[in-house]
Design a protein around this ligand. Structure first.
Ligand code: HEM
Length: 1139
């Protein structure tokens, strides 16, 4: 067999990929002694490469006795380069120098340069470049092109294009390389320019050129040019291949032309994953997650496996459209198919969960990720900021630092935003230091965020210092600084800065003018406001937006220049119709008692929306304060003329004006003693007495005068008034001195008794903690453990001994030990002789009697003399303080000794202790006092409320066997009772809510009025008056004629699912910004207790429970919490009727 025959056989083996035959031929070659034949060796090398047997190929080369033919070397080097085996290619090239007789030629260098490019080894590439210049090989167009390609691959685009410019001769490949170079270097415009030049030079672009050109159009969002290129392609009859087709789809998608993208997409005969990705990314960019998912399903059905890019694109679409369902589907797909999600996919998932408000899932994903990349930390931190979890953002930042990562500009900007929101100046300053250390002081974004942080934290001077040191002042920084001055009442400085800005090169925009106008508004600078408004339109040609008008109208309105404001609104067709502006002006009319203009505006507003009840109410209030009762009546009749569906409550407000034009109804009141006699007479049924009186008034609102007129006030059960009191005009109704004076010794400056800044600060910390999963889980664990170790054994004991026990007392002790464990992390049931329990109870009782005393301030005399209850209070408070301080100090010692335990303690005190790093204290004692006060507030809040609620609940179901049965049915279906399963107990939830409605643990609550006010029903409230609301749910107007009945069904929808009701109708947990923080905890606790007790025992009330008669006259005593008179005596029987 001769060598020709062997060569042809080897060719066939390569094309048919026949390994066995090829190997047989190799044997034959050896047996014939042809192993040094250059052509056969080259062919054998190709054969082995085609079978991926690279070692065998190398062996063929290595066994040649004298490899002195350069084409042999070139062949193997080219094969290596083609198979991405760049190291091997360069090694071979190195070996070539051992053979001085062999000279590399124009076929050698392209492979070597490709290997350099592939390895990014630009140093070696440059060496070869120098060598090529020396040997004069650069004239070869292929070699020069390869050199251009090498530089391009090593991202040295300038060098590549320079080389290209110097080339005397070029080929299409070379044009393509350099066009891609420009594209990859972000110079898409230049890439397109070169395409033109290529054509001018007489070269016909091929599909590679056009793909890059189309991608350049996509990057430039140049739809016109993209269409042109597409048109040429169609004209030339070029068939769409995967690459070019994908680039087109991508271009149309990016330019927002999804129809066209879809059309091209459907025309591509064989769609690879890149094509699918291009189409999906088009839909993703507009947040069309549904279309993305459809395509995803289609590609799966067509057997195309999605890549990680596919998944991240779809996830981005889902987060853009906040489509959690679809996002979860993709997440599920990743888990089911065990796809190793990369950092991009994980970041997209985190982003999605944050956007959809499901930050726990975001946290779980982050937990499982390797945390070596700063980007993932940034996604977490900015995610927390985006959902308002600023503390978590700061904690994550701390963890990131602990994990040894260096924050970058994005991290700093996000974490500074968190500081701004929390007004956490100290932390912000700390971050400022880190920024300085990271040398990011010249980063505009970071410095902008720093400026914003100082401005929002009220450190305006510090903000100004940053502003002065900015590397460059741009529009945003000028505007931020003007806003900072304006919003902190430094209107003149804001205006002076604006003057400076106008002299600089930055031109103000609409936002800057808004900052200027609002500075004028805050500073009451009416004329200046008008001047700048005119300047904005006339000199800067900025069309005012509604916000600008609103600022100006507010400014004029507050200054009482109402007619001017009105003319202003009317002068412009765009503002004339705007309800927001008219309403602002309407409120100003009410403020300045300008009835005539008010009527005019009300007419306009009513024309716009005849169903807008606030307009009628404000108008009727204006008439009422002007004593125009006939007009009040007319408004009401107009309401009917308009056929408006008016709620009972709104109706009542009119009736109130009609029937009691000058005075809010008041209970029987006598000179000197005020309402005292009525109070004493009805003390035993106080809440029912108040409820009766309230329901007899037209708008469920009363005015009350105390003994000697020492205090005066109002009390309401009208949801509209309650909304006004606790929400709309929140700042006008505070806990105030009455509450603080009476409870000062016990509560200090804890959350429960303070207002304004002190309250705000504690509220922020606490509401953050109460929203964490870890605290919720901890609460649930404590309740379960206390149930099995404390409550159930105690009841079993009583049951076994057939004792009558006071369930109210037992539940009180149980909830007290629960809250102590949650608050202090201490089990008081195991404490010996601490006296704390008794002392706390005594202190609460004495302080509440101060508050509830019909004659205020008598206790002050007793305190002065240090006698009676006041003497006992002093002693009790000492015990409480010693107890609390001892625990705080021991926790401090623990934290000091073991930094490991810091994050692990789950009780509230430890949590608050970790938060105190954020705050400034004068000394350690002040810090301890702060912790003592906030914790004692929590103990008080959580101590008796749930036990009281449970007591009445068991009493009620004793008198309602049908409800008892329904609850038992539901409870018996429960397999275990963990946190989630408790949520599913709809009937029990309804029954507990109904019980709370009838017997709210805090039936009446009091606020102090800061400034004169008029309630929505027209009730006048004077500065210094108390303003009470009653949560005792016996108002027929609110709950219907069956309001005194126990009917859990009123809380269920047709499917038996619990339906919550408006908070102002059911203010049992308070409402508005001071809403109870422990509501969720209370329900978990109540449900756990009910389930455990009802499964174990029949609870038989000695008095038979809630009979119809007792429902009318319930047995309570007058304390802060609605306690049952004489306790709740029960007998317990082991329950045998449940499985
Ligand atoms: C059935 C049980 C509960 C009811 C009916 C209830 C009701 C209320 C009410 C009416 C207030 C407003 C009190 C006022 O401002 O004078 C309040 C506030 C508060 N409650 Fe509850 N509560 C219950 C359980 C709990 C529990 C278990 C805790 C947790 C420890 C708790 C923590 C708080 C806190 C901290 C406040 C003060 C909020 C603030 O002023 O910002 N509550 N609760």
């Amino acid at each position: 067999m001769d060598s020709f025959k062997l060569l042809s056989l080897l060719k066939t083996c390569i094309s048919s990929k026949s390994l066995v035959k090829g190997k047989l031929i190799h044997q034959k070659v050896i047996s014939l002694g042809l192993q040094n034949n250059v052509s056969i060796c080259k062919s054998l090398i190709s054969f082995y490469f085609s079978s991926h047997l690279h070692d065998s190929a190398y062996r063929v080369f290595n066994t040649i006795e004298h490899p002195l033919d350069i084409s042999l070397w070139n062949g193997l080097m080219a094969a290596y380069a083609k198979s991405f085996m760049y190291f091997e290619a360069l090694e071979l090239f190195q070996r070539l120098w051992e053979y001085p007789y062999l000279k590399p030629n124009s076929f050698t260098y392209p492979s070597v340069l490709k290997a350099c490019g592939g390895l990014g080894n630009v140093g070696y590439g440059k060496m070869i470049h120098t060598h090529l210049i020396k040997v004069g090989s650069l004239y070869d167009v292929v070699v020069a092109s390869s050199l251009v390609g090498m530089y391009a691959k090593c991202s040295m685009f300038d060098q590549a294009t320079r080389m290209f410019d110097e080339m005397p001769e070029r080929d299409v490949a070379c044009w393509n390389t350099v066009i891609s170079c420009y594209y990859q270097d972000g110079r898409a415009e230049k890439a397109l320019e070169l395409l033109g030049k290529m054509r001018d030079a007489g070269f016909e672009p091929n599909s590679v050129t056009l793909t890059v050109a189309i991608s350049s159009c996509a990057r430039l969002m140049d739809l016109e040019r993209g269409k042109e290129i597409h048109g040429e392609l169609v004209k030339d009859g070029i068939v769409l291949d995967g690459f070019f087709g994908s680039a087109l789809v991508d271009m149309y998608g990016k330019c927002g032309c999804l129809e066209m993208a879809k059309e091209v997409f459907e025309q591509i005969p064989e769609k690879g994953v890149v094509t699918w990705n291009s189409m999906i990314s088009g839909y993703s960019s507009v947040g069309d997650s549904r279309s993305c998912i459809e395509l995803f399903r289609r590609m799966n059905a067509e057997g195309i496996k999605p890549s990680l890019t596919t998944l991240s694109s779809i996830l981005m679409a889902c987060s853009r459209s906040a489509q959690l369902q679809y996002g979860k589907f993709i997440h599920g797909y990743i888990i089911r198919n065990m796809i190793g999600a990369d950092i991009f996919v994980n970041n997209c998932l985190i982003d999605l969960y944050f956007k959809c408000g499901n930050f726990h899932s975001a946290e779980s994903i982050f937990e499982m990720m390797p945390k070596t990349d700063v980007v993932s930390w940034n996604v977490m931190i900015s995610g927390f900021v985006s959902v308002g979890k600023y503390f978590d953002a700061l904690i994550t930042y701390e963890d990131m630092i602990k994990a040894g990562l260096n924050p970058d500009a994005v991290t700093f900007s996000s974490v500074l935003a968190a500081c701004s929101q929390l007004a956490a100046l100290e932390k912000g300053k700390e971050i400022h230091n880190s920024i300085t250390q990271s040398s990011l002081e010249r980063n505009e974004v970071v410095m902008g965020a720093l400026l914003d942080m100082y401005a929002k934290c009220g450190a305006v001077d510090e903000a100004f210092r940053i502003f002065c040191n900015l590397p460059e002042r741009d529009l945003v920084s000028w505007t931020s600084m003007i806003t900072a001055y304006g919003s902190h009442g430094r209107a003149l400085e804001a205006l002076s800065l604006f003057g400076e800005m106008q002299k600089s090169s930055s031109k103000p925009d609409a936002v800057t003018f808004l900052a200027v106008l609002s500075a004028c508004s805050h500073g009451g600078l009416v004329d200046e406001g008008c001047y700048y408004f005119n300047q904005m339109t006339s000199e800067h040609d900025i069309k005012p937006q509604l916000e600008h008008y609103s600022c100006l109208i507010d400014l004029l309105g507050r200054a009482g220049r109402l007619h001017e404001a009105y003319e202003f609104v009317q002068s412009n067709p765009e503002t004339r119709e705007d309800v927001g502006l008219l309403s602002t002006l309407f409120s100003a009319c009410r403020l300045h008692k300008c009835l005539e203009l008010g009527e005019k505006i009300a007419e306009l507003l009513i024309k716009k929306d005849p169903d807008d009840s606030p307009t009628y109410i404000v108008l009727s209030n204006m008439y009422a304060s002007a004593k125009k009762w006939d007009k009040v009546r007319k408004v009401k009749s107009n309401v009917h003329d308009f056929g408006m569906k008016f709620g009972v409550i709104a109706e009542e407000q009119f009736r109130c004006h009609e029937q009691a034009p000058t005075k809010t109804p008041s209970p029987e009141s006598y000179p000197i003693v005020g309402n005292l006699l009525g109070f004493l007479r009805n003390r035993h049924r106080f809440h029912d007495w108040v409820a009766d009186m309230l329901s007899q008034t037209p708008s469920s609102t009363l005015q009350v005068n105390s003994f000697l007129n020492l205090s005066q006030g109002v009390c309401t059960a009208n949801p509209v008034n309650i909304q006004h009191l606790l929400h709309s005009n929140f700042h006008n109704y505070i806990k105030g001195s009455r509450f603080q004076e009476n409870l000062h010794e016990l509560l200090g400056t804890g959350i429960f008794s303070v207002d304004a800044h002190l309250w705000n600060l504690q509220r922020k910390i606490s509401s953050h903690e109460f929203s964490t999963n870890s605290l919720k889980q901890h609460i649930s664990d404590v309740v379960t453990s206390q149930l099995s170790h404390n409550l159930l054994p105690c009841l079993s004991n009583a049951c076994n001994q057939n004792q009558i026990v006071d369930l109210q007392d037992i539940l009180q002790r149980f909830t007290f030990s629960n809250i102590c464990k949650i608050a202090f992390g201490v089990d008081i049931t195991t404490l010996q002789n601490s006296g704390f329990v008794q002392a706390f109870d005594d202190a609460v009782e004495i302080c509440s009697s101060r508050l509830l005393s019909p004659i205020p301030n008598v206790w002050k005399i007793k305190r002065l003399l240090n006698v009676g209850s006041e003497k006992r209070l002093k002693e009790a408070i000492d015990v409480v303080n010693d107890f609390a301080m001892e625990i705080i100090k021991s926790k401090e010692r623990q934290r000091h000794n073991s930094s490991e335990n810091r994050g692990k303690s789950k009780d509230l005190l430890s949590r608050f202790m970790s938060k105190t790093w954020e705050m400034e204290f004068e000394d350690q004692d002040q810090k301890r006092k702060f912790l003592r006060d906030i914790i004692i507030s929590f103990v008080l809040a959580g101590k008796d409320s749930t036990s009281t609620a449970l007591t009445w609940f068991f009493w009620l179901i004793n008198g309602h066997p049908r409800c008892l049965r329904l609850i038992l049915d539901e409870v018996s279906r429960l397999e275990s009772f963990n946190y989630d399963e408790l949520r599913e107990l709809n009937y029990l939830h309804a029954a507990l809510s109904e019980s709370l409605r009838l017997f709210p643990p805090v039936p009446i609550n009091s606020k102090l009025t800061v400034d004169d006010d008029v309630w929505p029903d027209g009730t006048q409230v004077r500065k210094g008056w108390f303003a009470d609301y009653s949560a005792y749910g016996r108002m027929e107007k609110v709950w219907g004629p069956d309001c005194r009945e126990f009917k859990p069904e009123r809380w269920l929808d047709d499917e038996g699912v619990f339906k919550p009701c408006d908070q102002f109708r059911f203010p049992v947990f308070h409402c508005g910004p001071r809403m109870c923080l422990g509501k969720e905890m209370a329900y978990v606790q109540m449900k756990s207790v009910v389930v455990a007790l009802m499964r174990g025992f029949e609870i038989l009330a000695v008095d038979g429970g809630a009979s119809a008669e007792k429902m009318m006259n319930p047995p309570y005593i007058l304390t802060l919490n609605l306690k049952m008179k004489g306790g709740f005596l029960v007998k317990l029987k082991k329950r045998n009727d449940l499985i």
